[in-house]
Design a protein around this ligand. Structure first.
Ligand SMILES: Nc1ncnc2c1ncn2[C@@H]1O[C@H](COP(=O)(O)OP(=O)(O)OP(=O)(O)O)[C@@H](O)[C@H]1O
Ligand SMILES: [Mg+2]
Length: 416
């Protein structure tokens, strides 16, 4: 449970307590330890359940509630108190702080304010490193040219990540014009990125999850808009907010970028923890990788996050060796995905992901190993070292030797 904030709440008003509860229950990294409708019982509840945070709503009886805050602060100092009130009277705020409250939030409660408060309390309580460890891993999948296999990777990587019960994973289709992630998952979603972007300030977590389509693999999908003309309704600011909200809800976000490197794609690149740049071993692709890397170099922090993924290794489409490609790009190749046209077309046409349609195929094996490598890299905040270890291991796991003739050979089995 070290990754979860444990909470207890007290609010004698059933309606406001229920809406607070609904908001909290939608948050994956919050565990509602106890709820209480009477101020007089709450100190005992906290003493018995030891939550990290106690939320006290003042409105019903501010004097009684502040006395309670004072008491909990004395008897259970390890529990940080956050108070809620529909009054923003300066005197009341001062009294709450003097009683020992760590945070004061106004009703009606805005999701973002609650998140910020929890984050501040978490930072103070566990330190920044821990807070970072609680964060979500954002994986942007970009491509060096059209049809390079970016969506195939994004969808199947999302499904592979979702196989681990510790993960909660969402895929956002950022190809607003021609995106086809919904086809890969054979779903007809009720809501799209436009709906979520337009309502982002009003959404709570439960509503957010209901707006996404859950696939049988466990992956949640937020698809592109239905109508092409709705593309312009999503601004870079909206997308930033949507990603922020999704990050607070999911352990992993996979973003399938368009090939236009639009302002929205650039937001995704900026917010990503990892950028998988998918290429193939042909000249136009490799030239684009070089060009893209030059542009990424001008975007703060972006180039360092790029991991080159060579797709369709073994396809005889230009006779460029991996070594030559690596020399041309001037960058290490992070991962290789074998060529398997028949399986890939099948999974797309059937709308069934690799982990379900072809669990034993070499391409599935390689994507599952990539998911593990990326999860390992994102799992700890001490992280960098861990990530380095994991990525060198992952390179070993994912390596698919290409010497022109070994198209039919299998990738090495992953190290245990
Ligand atoms: N490893 C692979 N082996 C063989 N075929 C593949 C592989 N990966 C993807 N493909 C095939 O390549 C084609 C394009 O794949 P996909 O739609 O994923 O690419 P994309 O980069 O998302 O394209 P777009 O630019 O249209 O968004 C599909 O027919 C897919 O089945
Ligand atoms: Mg695509």
């Amino acid at each position: 449970m070290s990754n979860v904030l444990r909470l207890a709440i007290v609010d004698p008003n059933d309606a406001t307590r229920d809406s607070l509860k609904t908001m909290l229950l939608g948050m994956d990294r919050v565990w509602l330890e106890a709820e209480c409708s009477r101020y007089e019982f709450f100190a005992d509840v906290v003493a018995q359940t030891h939550p990290d945070i106690g939320i006290v709503t003042l409105d019903q009886d501010p004097d009684k509630a502040l006395e309670l805050v004072h008491r909990v602060n004395e008897t259970s100092p390890e529990c940080s108190i956050l108070v809620l009130s529909s009054s923003s009277d300066g005197k009341l705020i001062l009294r709450a702080m003097r009683a020992g409250a760590k945070e004061f939030l106004s009703q009606p409660l805005r999701l973002q304010d609650l998140l910020d408060s929890l984050e501040r309390i978490s930072d103070r309580k566990f330190g920044r490193g821990e807070a970072k460890a609680r964060g979500s891993s954002v994986i942007a999948v970009a491509g060096a040219t059209g049809g390079v296999g970016a969506t195939s990777l994004a969808v199947n990587l999302g499904c592979a990540l979702a196989q681990d019960p510790k993960n909660t994973v969402a895929l956002v289709d950022l190809d607003l014009c021609l995106g086809d992630a919904d086809v890969f998952l054979d779903t007809i979603p009720d809501y799209t990125l436009v709906d979520v972007a337009q309502n982002v300030t009003r959404l709570d977590f439960a509503l957010l999850k209901r707006s996404l389509t859950k696939h049988s693999s466990g992956l949640f999908l937020l698809p592109r808009p239905v109508q092409m003309e709705d593309m312009s309704l999503v601004t870079p600011d909206d997308l930033q907010r949507v990603i922020g909200l999704l990050k607070a809800t999911f352990t992993h976000l996979v973003l399938d970028l368009s090939k236009s490197y639009s302002p929205l794609d650039q937001v995704a690149l900026q917010l990503a923890s990892h950028i998988l740049l998918v290429t193939q071993l042909d000249l136009p692709c490799l030239r684009n990788v070089v060009r893209l890397m030059m542009s990424f170099g001008n975007m703060k922090g972006v180039a360092d996050k790029v991991k080159i993924v060579v797709n369709r290794v073994g396809l005889d489409n230009g006779n460029i060796s991996l070594k030559k490609a690596q020399d041309t790009i001037g960058r290490e190749i992070f991962w290789q995905l074998p060529n398997d046209y028949r399986t890939m077309v099948e999974v797309r046409n059937n709308g069934v992901p690799l982990v379900e349609q072809a669990p034993k195929a070499a391409i599935t094996h390689s994507i599952v190993s990539l998911a593990q490598a990326l999860s390992g890299a994102a799992a700890t905040a001490e992280g960098e070292e861990e990530a380095a270890k994991s990525s060198s291991r992952s390179r070993l796991l994912g390596f698919w030797p290409v010497k022109g003739k070994d198209k039919g050979s299998k990738p090495p089995s992953p190290a245990k």
